[in-house]
Design a protein around this ligand. Sequence first.
Ligand SMILES: Nc1ncnc2c1ncn2[C@@H]1O[C@H](COP(=O)(O)OP(=O)(O)O)[C@@H](O)[C@H]1O
Ligand SMILES: [Mg+2]
Length: 859
Amino acid sequence: MEFRILGPLEVLDGEQSVPLKGAKPRALLGVLLLHANEVVSNARLVDELWGERPPATAENLVQGYVHALRKQLGSDTLLTQAPGYRLRVLPEALDLLEFQRLVAVARTAELEEAAALRRRALALWHGPPLADLSFEGPARHESGRLSELRLETQIERIEAELELGRHAALIGELESLVGAHTYQERLHAQLILALYRSGRQAEALQAYQSVRRVLSDELGLQPGQALRDLEAAILRQDEALVLDGRTMPTPSLPAETPEPAPAEDELRPVTVLFADIVGSTALGERLAPDDVKALVGECVTQMSQAVEEYGGIVQAYAGDGICAYFGVPHTREDDPERAARTGLRIQEVAGKYARDVTEAWSIPDFAVRVGINTGRAGVGVVGAGSPQTVALGDATNVAARIQSAAAPGTIAVGAETARRLEHRFFFEPLGEIPVKGRTGHVSVSRLVGPRSRGRSVALRPLVGREQEVAKLRRLVSELEAGRGQALLLVGEPGIGKTRLLAELRSLLPDETTWLEGHCLSYGGLPSWPFIEVLQRWLDVEIGDAEVVVRTRVRARLGPLFGGDPSRVPPGLGRLLRVELGTDAATAPEEIRRGYVAWVEALTEQRPVVLAIDDLHWAHESSRELAEDLLVLTERAPLLLVATLRRDPASEGWRFRTRVLTEFSHRAAELALEPLTHTEAAELLGKLLPGAFDDETREEIVARAEGNPLYLEELLRALVEGGGLEQRHRTWTTALKPSLILPPALENLLVARIDRLPAGPRRLAQLAAAIGREFPVAVIERVAGESSRDDLAVLLRAEIVREVRRYPELRCAFRHGLLQDAALTTLTPSSRRELYARVAAAFEELYAGSLDDHLERLAH
Ligand SMILES: Nc1ncnc2c1ncn2[C@@H]1O[C@H](COP(=O)(O)OP(=O)(O)O)[C@@H](O)[C@H]1O
Ligand SMILES: [Mg+2]
């Protein structure tokens, strides 16, 4: 079934138009369509159909109309849902929703595409909206509102076309629009500009005079500032009014900005999650409306809690489902993982709920469908009264579509999300689905569950790191000799910290105990990495039945404590969420003491290595426990290892400070530097056996700048993008590796920029528009003196570094990929604007020696 309301109301069943009889039933359908997928209450319907004087039988009449409509539309389209009715429509089956979608996508698209999208959106109209319906309630105003929306879109489309240099072709259309909307100053301004750009200056000035007269005669008003500025600019033949192919000026139309536009429009990767309850229809048939509402409401609440637990935000509640964003307002490196874990949690919660529902009412088909998709979206703030952060773009629409393709009780995931999560989760391909408004299909997978972090993946051979490995060997032999120590492996993401940890493990003799835990980027339980260590040692998992855990604890921990299970510290039970003793000690110090006692007992048997990966994500509770274990290295053969990034604000860094100040006599730190050029080339050869042609190899190696993860992901992006082909056993590429930002790294890189406060973030964007390396003078010329402070933040955050002070201060992005990531967060129009301002600053600063700097301008 397809519905059209951008014109007279129409319902289509395939090609066939469905005849709808009666003004009231048609109006009723109109109201439901204006609120598609929302519940519209009985009272509201009565109000819309009859206004202030409804007949006594109004409610019954509404029921009758619904009954008749349902016969034509089908019962799963028109649902009864307290306190009224809900019309279920796919976004692509209602022209209004499709219109809104296209307009939203256009906001973040390139000029040419934006104009095309808006044209497509406008083509959906076939007359005045809801023209043939009469309403008595608030819906009366909807028709006017929709018409305004249409005009707004028309103006935006014309704006884009003007910028594309199509002024001559627009004049006719603008003249008739101006005739129909006499007081729309923006349209007048567009006409005047189009005339001027077509070399018709006198007519442009006449057009200005005629609108001035109309406004003053009919409304007693002066033209607005924008129009007056435009006239002045025409009179002085301002160059900014003319488009010349080379330097695209910033939008030269001095019109007011369109009001609902996001305040600070930026692009960033966003992961969108839709979750929807299926089977609520069956509930509606079996239960009283109030009960259904309460039941569905509770389930939706629990789904929202899952979203919040993993740091997402619920953007909308749509009937019996939610739409949530991860990465709004700020991108995090693990947004896709957070969304995936939320999906799993939602299914867990919904599964329990479904069992209860089945038990209580014998309703078997209560379930939730989840759809997840990642993509770049325009993120901004809309609305003046109660501003809301929203993500606009295709990603949301595709996520909704993916959700509708998921089987009840499952999670379906788009290709972009799956690609970022392959290492951590299992997926099953579901094939491809079409998405309306997109050419090409979207491939979808089912998210099955997380991979365990076992040792299952065979390690690829280590490249380079000879000195580090030599140091590890020394530490191992000292441990064998009974000496306790602490080891810190420090370095940027992807540099090889975890890999080196694995190397350490492989160097250990058999008679050593290896304990390992990981801090989670999304938080998790307090002391989590240490809980994980204990669970792995006991061979239990979260979700195991309490009796299993308790039995293991007694069987494995008992012997460590003199064969007496009652002497197992109750704090350990607390960490495992099981009751051990009679009165469980719960104070945090008690728990830590119990933990240290356990590790100490292990060291009495044989030397122990306890490794915590990613300590930069640690909670305070984990840091405290790590510090207590540090003390243990004084008296026991314990090698305490932590990997961490350089993040001075983190708990992990506090731990490092403690280690280096108070335990320096027992501490070793390995700071991992980028691989050398030769090592990186060697790694490339190992990742993809076979020779590379020189140019390709050099480009990939240069782009990765010694970071093994970047190298791997660049290669993967090339392979998956079909960019590599083998000729005579030599790999070669038609793509430019130097232009690729691997999708799997996008979140990681953008998150580093996005974490910054607004000032430094904007500065990073500006610097990125200048180049990998940039003179600070240009920054100051564009952004003002105060930008020095913001630059200091970028230096401290290790986003940029100082290159030289003389003859002028120059800084550079620490990594080329970081610069590119900063650029990707700019919308095309703000990027153009920045380029223009940068070019102007160069001209002013280096007017005499411009040639030297021309290279920089060649963007
Ligand atoms: N020296 C190395 N030789 C070969 N592969 C490496 C080396 N260092 C890192 N890698 C690989 O690069 C990727 C990123 O390394 P990882 O240890 O996960 O980085 P980190 O833990 O510092 O973020 C992994 O796939 C890892 O196996
Ligand atoms: Mg790691």
